[in-house]
Design a protein around this ligand. Structure first.
Ligand SMILES: Nc1ncnc2c1ncn2[C@@H]1O[C@H](COP(=O)(O)OP(=O)(O)OP(=O)(O)O)[C@@H](O)[C@H]1O
Ligand SMILES: [Mg+2]
Length: 229
């Protein structure tokens, strides 16, 4: 894989069927993200940001255009190969944390490893190391309901890191947090970027978005503009 273009979209579109019509969530999107780049994505509600992230994260496939992930044409992969790539290469962080309430924090962090090829005896030490990385070791045995919003998002970041992905995708990760806690989570994402990870951050917060190396603006499913913030 070359250094440039760990992620490359060529003229990507995504439509969702709605009744007899189709909703065009993305249209003509071409975008390249370099390895270890920090890109933020902004745009009004409904402009296609989450759809874009779902495609980049291989949770969904484009209805037209091409997506290359680390040089691999995603369209040619079977669903099984796609989930394998997703599990190995991509970590997700969502606005509403998506932690499983019945599991402890440690068990939540371990979950992505259940679907990969990391030997079971490594699950616990890996998860503990990720909890330490986000400063949450003291909460390992707690349930998600016992965590503050910031702690829950730290747990979600630890879970995203546990497969050691090269790419972190974050969809409004500070949207449910007060501004000070949001700053902490943003700082954590920047630290993880400094360690060499590619980070793509969707945010409505102009201040956070401007700290990225590049800012992409979406409107009505199209890239309206991009450049240095
Ligand atoms: N599963 C789906 N089925 C049908 N339409 C969808 C689906 N997901 C998204 N859409 C539509 O696609 C468009 C883009 O949605 P998307 O969620 O990507 O926007 P967004 O920029 O993330 O918005 P927000 O800021 O509110 O999160 C919207 O018109 C939305 O209604
Ligand atoms: Mg969204």
């Amino acid at each position: 894989m070359s250094d440039a273009g760990i992620v490359r979209l060529e003229d990507v579109g995504k439509s969702y069927p709605r009744g007899s019509q189709a909703v065009r969530a993305l249209e003509g999107v071409s975008l390249e993200v370099a390895r270890a780049e920090f890109v933020s994505v902004m745009g009004p509600s409904g402009s296609g940001k989450s759809t874009l992230l779902a495609i980049l994260g291989c949770l969904d496939r484009p209805t037209h255009g091409a997506y290359f992930l680390g040089g691999v044409a995603v369209a040619e992969l079977s669903d099984e190969a796609l989930s394998r790539i997703r599990n190995r290469s991509i970590g997700f962080v969502f606005q509403s944390f998506h932690l499983i309430p019945q599991l402890t924090v440690l068990e939540n962090v371990e979950t992505p490893l259940l679907y990969g090829d990391v030997p079971a005896e490594e699950w616990r030490p890996r998860a503990l190391a990720c909890l330490a990385r986000v400063g949450l070791s003291h909460r390992a045995d707690h349930r998600p309901s016992e965590l503050s919003g910031g702690e829950a998002q730290r747990a979600a970041v630890a879970r995203a890191l546990v497969t050691q992905p090269r790419i972190l995708l974050a969809d409004e990760p500070t949207g449910n947090l007060d501004s000070a806690t949001g700053e902490e989570i943003a700082g954590l994402l920047h630290d993880l970027h400094s360690e060499g990870r590619t980070v793509i951050l969707v945010t409505h917060n102009e201040g956070l978005a401007r700290r990225a190396q590049r800012l992409v603006r979406l409107r009505d499913g199209r890239v309206e503009g991009e450049g240095r913030p």
